[in-house]
Design a protein around this ligand. Sequence first.
Ligand SMILES: Nc1nc2c(c(=O)[nH]1)N=C([C@H](O)[C@@H](O)CO)CN2
Length: 121
Amino acid sequence: MDIIFLGGLEIETIIGIYDWERTTKQTVVLDIEMAFDINKAAETDDIAFALDYKTVSKRIISFVESSQFFLVEKLIVEISNILLTEFMISWVKITLNKKGAIRGASNVGIVIERAILLPIK
Ligand SMILES: Nc1nc2c(c(=O)[nH]1)N=C([C@H](O)[C@@H](O)CO)CN2
């Protein structure tokens, strides 16, 4: 399995359950790993057959910047749904770091893995 990754993607968004978090944007940092067969892109040297990580990053930045969720659980699952349904990705691993959410902790967040389930024939 080939993996295309996008690491340390910092995005400002409204996220959180407390009153001040509903009006003050905070930074979330995403690390994303996406399973994608790179062979056709390698054979052809043509971006048309590649998973264009620029396109992926623009879609995710746009979505997260305009979102206003309460929980990081909701945000990370919505991101995984976009990746699995809009791009030819069969598996994704996402780490969402809500830096600074906990005093004394440098990192806090969630890691999920999601896959497209194929029917057994
Ligand atoms: N499991 C979660 N716990 C907490 C969340 C969350 O999104 N998922 N959020 C908060 C607050 O918004 C926090 O980030 C502020 O410090 C608390 N716990």
